[in-house]
Design a protein around this ligand. Structure first.
Ligand SMILES: [Zn+2]
Length: 152
């Protein structure tokens, strides 16, 4: 999953000792989050269904949402999702793959948990990283994404 943070990771428990760590952004992985990848999500709604994808999500509970999206690239629990419209940041909770094609996950339903404004996920560093394209451009093959974004 990446190199453990050399700054804040507790040697014995392997837990993050500093949730505001500037080296790993509280993720325990050196460098923190991967570079951002634009992601369109579809609301899970009760009542009349809206057509198409939305750049944002909006249901009744503003802090906890259920979102459906193409599972590409791989989306993992603990990933960060940033709203393009409001700049709210969400941590991804439970991931449920709902559609497989030949054992490859293609559609997932995700729990989004809004992070409090005090979270380091709102810092300029995370913002800058999230809007920066990956240095290495993906070839577009699934193999490349899996190699770079494996959840394990
Ligand atoms: Zn750290």
């Amino acid at each position: 999953m990446g190199v453990p943070c050399p700054r804040c990771l507790d040697h014995d428990t392997r837990e993050v000792s500093d949730g505001m760590c500037p080296q790993c952004f509280g993720t325990s992985i050196d460098g923190g989050y991967y570079f951002g990848i634009p992601m369109k999500v579809l609301l899970q709604q009760e009542g009349p269904r809206k057509k198409g994808v939305s750049p944002d999500i909006g249901t009744t509970d503003p802090r906890r949402r259920t979102v459906r999206s193409v599972h590409y690239p791989m989306i993992c629990s603990k990933d960060l999702w940033i709203s393009a419209r409001s700049a709210d940041r969400y941590e991804i909770g439970v991931v449920n793959i709902v559609t497989f094609v030949r054992e490859t996950p293609v559609v997932g339903v995700y729990e989004f948990k809004m992070l409090p404004r005090t979270s380091i996920a709102y810092s300029d560093q995370v913002s800058a990283k999230a809007v920066t394209l990956p240095v290495e451009q993906p070839t577009g093959t699934e193999h490349t994404w899996h190699g770079k974004l494996d959840c394990d």
